[in-house]
Design a protein around this ligand. Structure first.
Ligand SMILES: Cc1cc2nc3c(=O)[nH]c(=O)nc-3n(C[C@H](O)[C@H](O)[C@H](O)COP(=O)(O)OP(=O)(O)OC[C@H]3O[C@@H](n4cnc5c(N)ncnc54)[C@H](O)[C@@H]3O)c2cc1C
Length: 407
């Protein structure tokens, strides 16, 4: 194993592997270090992804064994049992098996020439004269030095090396604690609709989900700003007026716990010889917590900027800062809108959530949403919806909610 590469990627999750694939395809010599023995394991994620987002990334259709189910829409349940649903003619989202999805991306990267080192935990960065020059990697109970012109941090959260490189760190105030589970014996669900449950007693500061699988089982989960996610999940399954009807007899087969970062991308995901991608850079939608498509959209830009810097032999902070500017150009507006929506949702009482769901059901919001195929770039999608004059009452109503949330 040679100890010098153009680029080191820390972490073989979707964002690490997609960065590696894009860079290797451009011709860079890339080494990926993954701390676990197997790519994708353990998994903590529901793997609910937008079809349009995957198409933008050139990843759709995915191999059949990776896709667990496809969905035509979603049903939103208020804490007091009001319901609003939106159904599209063709599938708008899908769920992937995250273990197989991560392996698929790693295989793509390997086919393009990237090298993978498993059981290889990056302990720290090698920094010389203020510039990142490589990483110290724990392998076979020994520390090895690996050198590179650029190191890309794709560790997810929490990131170990971010602080050492001088990049900005996460907004801790905006991190929620998630639980993801697989269940059997679920009742009364439509196999092609995702269900979302709202309510401060069940998922304070976020929401809960129920996602049917084709094999009769389902993925459920929630995230919360406060409280114990495991206990909140039990409460959801037994007490939420809509969820309990579907889940009171359900048996949990497995659970995983992990944080979700909702504060929007960190302001400085770069320093000399160093870039940050994915969850480590908080490239996650503040509304839904979806980070796979969103993060991978940024990794494409990271790979392009890193490759340009290799060509020019310029790994300076100034040159690599182009990464942040380009991501901001593509996603900045959407992030701003999503952060505002998240703050508004967080400030809403259960009775306000109830009346908002009721309002959407009574005012044809489902029809207006038919034009939206893109659920990743939510700022631009929202503008498209609001251009419909029939959405004027909805605009007024939500402006009122926004203002009364005291923002
Ligand atoms: C409960 C829950 C449900 C979710 N559901 C969805 C969903 O439905 N849709 C969606 O889009 N997003 C979802 N997310 C978010 C999604 O999981 C993340 O945004 C996504 O996994 C980020 O990918 P990543 O590659 O940045 O990080 P990760 O997937 O976390 O991958 C990081 C990798 O780096 C490795 N690593 C870490 N540190 C080191 C180190 N020092 N050395 C070597 N290797 C290291 C890890 O082992 C891991 O393999 C969910 C998150 C949670 C918690």
């Amino acid at each position: 194993m040679k100890n010098v590469s153009d680029v080191i990627v820390i972490g073989g999750g979707p964002c690490g592997s997609f960065t590696a694939a894009n860079l290797a395809r451009l011709g860079a010599d890339v080494t990926v270090f993954e701390e676990h023995a197997e790519i994708g394991v353990p998994s903590h994620c529901a793997g609910h992804l937008s079809v349009e987002g995957l198409k933008h990334l050139g990843l759709y259709p995915l191999p059949a064994d990776v896709v667990e189910n496809t969905f035509h829409g979603a049903v939103f349940h208020s804490p007091m049992n009001k319901e609003f649903s939106v159904r599209f003619e063709s599938p708008i989202t899908c769920t992937v098996n995250r273990v197989l999805f991560d392996k698929h991306l790693a295989r793509m990267a390997e086919n393009d020439g990237a090298r993978y080192c498993l059981n290889s935990q990056v302990e720290s960065l090698i920094i010389k004269e203020g510039s990142v020059k490589g990483a110290i990697v724990r392998q076979d109970r020994k520390n090895e030095e690996y050198l590179a012109k650029i190191v890309i941090d794709a560790e997810g959260i929490p990131s170990k090396v971010l602080r050492q490189a001088g990049g900005s760190t996460l907004n801790r105030q905006m991190v929620v604690n998630g639980v993801h589970a697989e269940v059997e014996n679920v009742r009364d669900i439509e196999s092609d609709m995702v269900e979302v449950f709202l309510g401060n007693d069940y998922a304070p500061g976020f929401y809960a989900w129920l996602i049917p699988k084709r094999d009769g089982k389902a993925k459920i989960g929630l995230a919360a700003k406060t409280g114990n996610p495991k206990k909140l999940l039990q409460r959801l399954m037994t007490k939420h007026p809509a969820a309990s009807k579907k889940l009171s007899n359900a048996r949990i087969l497995q659970t995983a716990f992990h944080p979700i970062t909702l504060g929007g991308p960190i302001p400085k995901p770069y320093s000399s010889g160093f870039l940050v991608v994915g969850d480590a850079a908080s490239q996650v939608k503040p509304t839904t917590g979806g980070g796979v498509v969103f993060g991978m959209t940024c990794t494409k830009t990271a790979a392009e900027v890193a490759f340009e810097s290799l060509r020019r032999n310029d790994f300076s902070t100034e040159f690599l800062s182009a990464y942040q500017r380009r991501c901001e150009d593509v996603l900045g507006f959407d992030v701003k809108i999503m952060l505002r929506i998240r703050r508004m949702l967080n400030a809403m009482s259960d009775s306000k959530i109830d009346s908002a769901i009721d309002f959407c059901a009574r005012h044809g919001v489902d029809n207006a949403l038919q034009k939206v195929r893109d659920i990743d770039f939510q700022g631009k999608s929202l503008l498209r919806v609001l251009r419909n004059p029939r959405m004027l009452p909805v605009l007024f109503y939500f402006s009122y909610l926004y203002l009364s949330a005291n923002l």
